[in-house]
Design a protein around this ligand. Structure first.
Ligand SMILES: *Cc1c(COP(=O)(O)O)cnc(C)c1O
Length: 508
């Protein structure tokens, strides 16, 4: 019997090399007591954060925050965890944004679930690296199983599809655009970008997105050497979804100018309005032109699990690739995201053989290496374990229930705002974002009024809302992601907004 097969109790007593003195900080069986007490003391600070921070933000100004951090001398070490935790509490935890509070309704930061946090303990302690089987073993297959599971939710055939966990939606979108570009060059010109760089025609490549799509598409096109000019922003309709008639028109127009359409990015759940582009129509057009369709479902992936709202994603199964952000919509701690591709053969574009990691002669069926699918990360966290913990403890039904609760709440709030003469709602939503503004008949400059409200809320720290612009005007924005939030909570938030709105122009 080797150590790995021993019962845990015996293991504790087994004779292992003795580590002491200066090496007491190394994660090792001899130092388990140290590890455990350090984590327990830190957990107490988590408890303090939860019980003490009752506002989503302290309201501290950046200048003061910066001063506190800057005065610390990193070359002077501390003598106990208590000292360390006090320091970190002062300069971080006290002022950290509390995403889990119902008064946090700003950006796409979901509250996170406890099973995922329990998983996180193993992720960080065991510290597997997902690049190769010999650095992760079971981790490789667990990640693959979650990718297959996600592909199945998308309506892909799991034996044909594939994918990989990534650092976030922006990275997954980059993978989508790279596959789009490289597959196009391969098929159309028999030109391998991976080996030969961009083809001559690349300066005329065009990718169609809606004007409400995520800005990462622009950044990605720029780092891909296509330039931001390659991104053609198609205007949106009255619900801020891609206008299909204009998509067709814009594709024709680009062709007439001598440019080359290589693909379309549909957004399933825009960051600003939470609406889903018409996926079936976009799939039809991509098919007609024989070009790549990528769906950015960083936010909208939440709908995959919902029986009630899954139909909003109909057509997603026709996309060539999809971005999934579990850390936006599956209640996962950052980072947790995935890129999924319908046809796994296309992923070979990303493969690179390093003699020391995944030599060409290694049989992939026998010893798989996730690094073959990863666009830039080599050493990579086992983030998939958090989702594993979540699914196994909660089941997909409970995740779906949370999502349905949030969407239903949003519908109630939308009616609440619509019926309130003090507010103006800009658009309804497929998901859980509401864009609106406070109006006062005696105030002409509604932009200044709403900017004032947002600033006041931020520095009071009581409520965090986001903002955006539409047609050049400034609007407030609610993003609901927390199933604990009630209509009563939102009612109070609206009252606070109104109170600040009434103050505008009086106090100063
Ligand atoms: C947040 C978001 C992204 C970017 O995802 P990150 O995980 O922040 O990199 C991409 N697309 C949409 C629609 C998003 O809302």
């Amino acid at each position: 019997m080797n150590n790995n097969q021993m019962p845990v109790g015996d293991l504790m007593n087994a004779s292992l090399p003795h580590i002491s003195g200066n090496f007491g900080n190394i994660f090792h069986s001899d130092n388990y007591d140290h590890y455990r007490s350090a984590v327990e003391e830190t957990l107490d600070l988590v408890g303090t954060f939860l019980h003490r921070n009752q506002k989503p933000f302290s309201g501290i100004e950046a200048k003061e925050m910066k001063g506190m951090v800057q005065q610390i001398d990193l070359n002077q070490k501390l003598s106990s965890y208590q000292e360390l935790l006090d320091e970190v509490d002062t300069i971080y935890v006290k002022h950290a944004t509390a995403f889990h509070l119902p008064q946090y309704v700003a950006h796409l930061n979901c509250p996170i679930v406890i099973p995922a946090l329990a998983g996180e303990i193993l992720v960080s302690a065991i510290n597997s690296s997902q690049d190769t089987y010999d650095q992760s073993a079971g981790g490789t297959f667990m990640e693959r199983k979650l990718i297959d599971w996600t592909a199945e939710q998308l309506g892909y055939s799991p034996d044909k599809s594939d994918g990989v966990f990534t650092a976030g939606g922006s990275q997954s979108n980059l993978m989508g655009l790279v596959m789009m570009r490289d597959c196009f060059s391969q098929k159309r010109y028999n030109h391998t970008i991976k080996l030969d760089g961009l083809p001559q025609e690349a300066g005329r490549f065009r990718i169609f997105v809606s004007d409400k799509s995520h800005f990462s598409n622009l950044k990605n096109a720029s780092i891909m050497g296509l330039g931001e000019k390659s991104i053609v922003k198609v205007p949106t309709d009255e619900r801020f979804c891609m206008d299909i008639a204009l998509l067709k028109k814009y594709i024709k127009r680009e062709e007439q100018m001598g440019n080359i359409p290589i693909g379309i990015v549909a957004t399933a759940g825009t960051t600003d309005f939470g609406n889903v582009d018409p996926l079936e129509d976009i799939a039809n057009i991509a098919e007609q032109y024989n070009i790549w369709m990528h769906v950015d479902a960083a936010y909208g992936c939440a709908l995959l699990l919902s029986e009630k709202y899954r139909h909003l994603l109909n057509g997603i199964e026709r996309a060539d690739s999809v971005t999934i952000d579990y850390h936006k919509s599956f209640f996962q701690p950052i980072s947790s995201s995935a890129f999924i591709v319908k046809n796994k053969r296309e992923l070979r574009i990303l493969k690179h053989h390093a003699d020391y990691l995944n030599p060409a002669e290694m049989d992939e069926e026998e010893i798989p290496a996730q690094i073959n699918k990863s666009i830039i990360q080599s050493t990579r966290r086992f983030d998939a374990l958090k989702l594993w913990f979540t699914l196994r403890m909660m089941g997909k039904e409970q995740l779906a229930e949370y999502t349905d609760t949030v969407i239903d709440l949003t519908k109630d709030v939308a009616s609440m705002i619509r019926e309130n003469a003090d507010f103006e709602l800009l658009s309804d939503t497929d998901l859980s974002v509401l864009v609106f503004r406070y109006i006062r008949p005696d105030v002409e400059d509604l932009n200044a009024l709403n900017q004032y409200i947002k600033m006041k809320l931020f520095y009071s720290g009581e409520v965090l809302v986001a903002s955006t612009k539409a047609d050049g005007n400034f609007y407030l924005k609610f993003t609901f992601l927390n199933p604990i939030t009630t209509t009563e909570d939102v009612h109070q938030i609206l009252n606070k907004i109104k109170a600040h709105g009434e103050d505008f122009g009086t106090a100063n």
